[in-house]
Design a protein around this ligand. Structure first.
Ligand code: NAD
Length: 428
């Protein structure tokens, strides 16, 4: 389809209502009435709320929420909502959790809810003296930070520590200050960013330098969630399976190409819980991948080993800056519902369950890769997607998907052929 030459400079667009914006976009893109009608349906998210959450809203993007079953985390049975568009992700967690349930499930812990805000000082003549001058002002820094957020302080959070480094950069020496703040049940981005901005003029006055950036670090390495579990060797199919999984982990540990995919699998689980609870998937993902490279080489976020009893032990450790307050967590009704299903009372509990899901996800991916390969498990669900793409509706979807799997050819052209045959048999 060729469209006329159009301008993307839609004057006043951000002041318009979602329906008016949608009409403008429909005119721009030549959308048909059915597509406009589809976009106009906001589903279970109030259009007014959607319009407040982000800018220039025209609709919503619905992602399925599935429930991971069989999870026992720190002795408590939990049902975990996961929002993802990817097939097999939820099933993988259910399977992994079932295989360690009788052995006690997954044990978790957390380093604490500490976030880091960075303040960048440049043009400092004597950076090492400046560093010490800032450290000398610890009590003033603490008072200024805490004054920024009395609510946080009243809840037991607030300033905890100060770190200052002299960084050699392409632009010369920079003095980088870290404000370390306990953000309690908030992810804490706004909280620590405000503190960094409040402190900036003081740092300039104390050092004679110039402040540029004042922003949190997503490498939240003082907010690390940990999960560990033991899978009995007989529950996972024997020693060969176990050894294949260990070998798969060792491959990821040694090779960034493999580690990227290994960690992506972990994040399949983690990001799905983060999204379901209205938290910031990009913040958690950035933190995870930076943490995976903290030793100077990108590597596996998880560790796998054989216990003294010959069982398979897995450990996952990653930054988990999630909250129950702030952002969409409090505002989005689906996020609130997902938090109610989880039954978590603190951000730490949420972070720990999320890490447990990441570990379970990793277990299933390693097991599939080390045994039948990933595609077998994917195929049934993938075949359904392909059947849908070919135009199957209702009961046709399963019938076409089964035919694709039976033929061992999960392709949209084959799906169209099977759909035609099915409809032909029904005389359509
Ligand atoms: P927020 O500022 O909306 O809420 C946090 C505030 O709520 C606290 O500062 C405190 O004053 C108050 N509060 C009330 N009850 C609390 C409790 N029990 N525990 C802690 N605080 C409590 O939210 P936030 O967590 O500061 O910011 C999260 C948002 O910031 C997310 O939407 C994220 O996407 C966004 N963000 C992220 C980045 C980044 O990751 N780089 C940068 C900027 C903004």
């Amino acid at each position: 389809m060729t469209l006329p030459n159009r301008s993307s400079r839609l004057s006043g667009f951000h002041h318009q209502s979602p329906p008016d914006r949608l009409a403008a976009v429909a005119a721009f893109a030549g959308l048909d009435a059915a597509t406009v009608g589809h976009l106009a349906d906001f589903g279970n998210l109030d259009p007014h709320l959607a319009d407040r959450l982000i800018e220039n809203v025209i609709g919503t993007m619905n992602v399925p929420v599935g429930i991971a079953t069989n999870l026992k985390v720190d002795g408590r049975d939990v049902l975990v909502p996961m929002a993802t568009e990817e097939s097999s992700v939820v099933a993988a967690v259910c399977n992994a959790a079932r295989q360690c349930y009788d052995a006690g499930g997954i044990v978790t812990s957390m380093s604490g809810p500490l976030m880091i805000a960075q303040v960048q000082l440049v043009q400092v003549r004597d950076p090492h003296s400046a560093r010490v001058k800032i450290l000398e002002k610890r009590e003033e820094v603490k008072a200024a930070c805490d004054a920024c957020d009395p609510v946080l302080v009243s809840l037991g959070g607030g300033f905890r520590d100060l770190e200052v480094r002299v960084l050699d950069t392409l632009g010369g020496s920079m003095v980088i200050t870290h404000l370390i703040v306990d953000t309690r049940d908030a992810m804490g981005a706004n909280a620590v960013n405000s503190m960094a901005e409040r402190l900036a003029p003081h740092f300039e006055a104390w050092t004679g330098g110039k402040v540029y950036l004042r922003i949190l670090s997503n490498l939240a390495d003082r907010r690390v969630a940990r999960a560990r579990a033991v899978w009995p060797v007989e529950a996972i199919g024997g020693q060969e399976v176990r050894d294949g999984m260990i070998s798969a982990y060792q491959f990821a540990e040694a090779d960034p190409y493999r580690a990227a995919t290994h960690n992506k699998g972990i994040m399949n689980g983690v990001s799905a819980v983060v999204l379901a609870t209205g938290n910031d998937t990009r913040a958690v993902e950035a933190g995870a991948h930076a943490y995976a490279a903290r030793g100077g080489r990108y590597t596996s976020l998880s560790r796998w080993e054989v216990t003294a009893d010959g069982d398979l032990a897995g450990v996952l450790e990653l930054p988990m800056a999630v909250g129950l307050i702030g952002g969409a967590t409090k505002l989005h009704p689906t996020a609130r519902a997902c938090l109610a299903i989880l039954g978590v009372g603190t951000a730490e509990e949420l972070a720990r369950v999320t890490a447990a899901v990441g570990l379970a996800q990793n277990f299933s991916a390693l097991k599939a890769l080390a045994t039948t390969g990933i595609q077998k498990g994917h195929m049934a669900l993938h075949a359904q997607n392909i059947a849908l793409m070919a135009g199957a509706v209702g009961e046709e979807v399963d019938a076409v998907a089964r035919a694709l799997v039976a033929r061992g050819e999960v392709r949209v052209d084959i799906a169209a052929e099977e759909l035609g045959r099915l409809r032909g048999r029904r005389g359509e």
